[in-house]
Design a protein around this ligand. Sequence first.
Ligand code: UD1
Ligand code: CA
Length: 472
Amino acid sequence: MSKRPAQSPPLAVVILAAGLGTRMKSDVPKVLHEVCGRPMLAYVIDAALSVSPERVVVVTGPDQDAVAAILPVGCERAVQQERLGTGDAVRAGLEPLSDFDGHVMVLYGDVPLVHGDFVAGLFQRHLDSDAAATLTTVTLADPAEYGRIVRGADERMARIVEHRDATPAELALDEINVGLYVFRADALRPALARLTSDNAQGELYLTDVVHLLIDAEHIVSTFAADDEELCMGVNSRVELALINAAMRRRLLERLMLAGVTVEDPETTYVDWGVEVGRDTVLRANTHLLGRTTVGAASEIGPGSFLRDAFVGDRARVVSSHLYECVIGSGCTVGPFAYIRPNTVLAEGARAGTFVEIKNSRIGEGSKVPHLSYIGDAIIGCDSNIAAGNITANYDGFEKYATHIGDRVLTGSDTTIVAPVTIGDDAFTAAGSVITQDVPPGALGVSRGKQQNIDGYAERRAARRLREQNDAQ
Ligand code: UD1
Ligand code: CA
């Protein structure tokens, strides 16, 4: 549902994302660096879309097709040919909006904790104060490298001073420009046309638009953010880590409020979009990444790493790594299992200790409890694969499939040389190398027959004695 005030005037959002991100020291555009598994720009776009604007324009550099590639349908790209500063970037963003008449919200692509409620509040404040421009400010204990808000004797905002241009007295100011604004388009356009680059960075500053509007006696209002974190911008990887931590905490809080127990939030990592059901417990040192979904009343961890995994209800995953797999309800995994892509554990199945499974289906109630490798196999229901079984699925050229039926009991240390089929209700003897199909109900035995040599210990002792005598 739209968070936009009813019957509000037209709104366009321009998101600035063309900056070089020099301080990131990266070959990847800054706004594509990930926060909880997702490019930071995607969060800003979400915030923009949540107020249902008429248009959303993302300003990128000419060399940033990778940024354009992540834009959702309905978002337009504008290209800023040269990085001449934030003012020039907005000018580029307005090019596709030349016929747009209404309000223009400007968001920075590197301030990703911004969210829909906040953006809606900012827009409402702008409309309520009938301003030509409204900018977000926040008071910070450490105002670092942000632009400082200078207020006049009447407490009205007078100027924004970039930290590089600031005097020591101005640097001591703790109210800063967050970089989230709304302008009236008819006030913004002429002011942008008048910008000059007369400052420490030789750039066209968007913040100077605010000064031009103040000078022309337009109403400029400020919107005080009460959430310091929301205002954090990413300039270096140090800030990227701080933003990740803040976002992660938010995601974990959302899960906890929805009924998930998070044993140790400090060591639990969830990506954006991860879903976890009610009464599930996430134990310490657990990572739920990518498109991972966990059902209700399950227990994940301690020490589990899941990427793009689907886990059902009442399942347990202890100290294991899971990738692109489906773990059915009531399954148990680990400790120390490695479940690789295209593996399905049907309901109630088990993959136990030191077990690796890839591209296989383990049927309902079947168990692979210890020390096994299962690859390219289909195992039916209620079968038990004993300790140390290996599917030999690869001859160095191709991979071959193994089929194991229902209610099969293999012996310990069975090597199953694919392609091979073991029928329903069949058995294999411990230590067998199975190279041929085992029919339903049969026992496959393939090992040397045991021979016992009687009196061996005595013969050995006699030999030792002989050799000692010879040596004297
Ligand atoms: C800017 C503000 C500063 C504020 C801070 C908040 C200006 C002049 N200063 O400073 O007052 O406290 O943000 O985070 O606006 N960009 C372009 N093209 C350009 C330059 C920048 O698209 O030519 C984009 C960047 O990708 C980024 C955003 O604009 O998303 C902000 O640019 P950045 O250089 O990071 O500005 P700051 O120095 O942080
Ligand atoms: Ca910045």
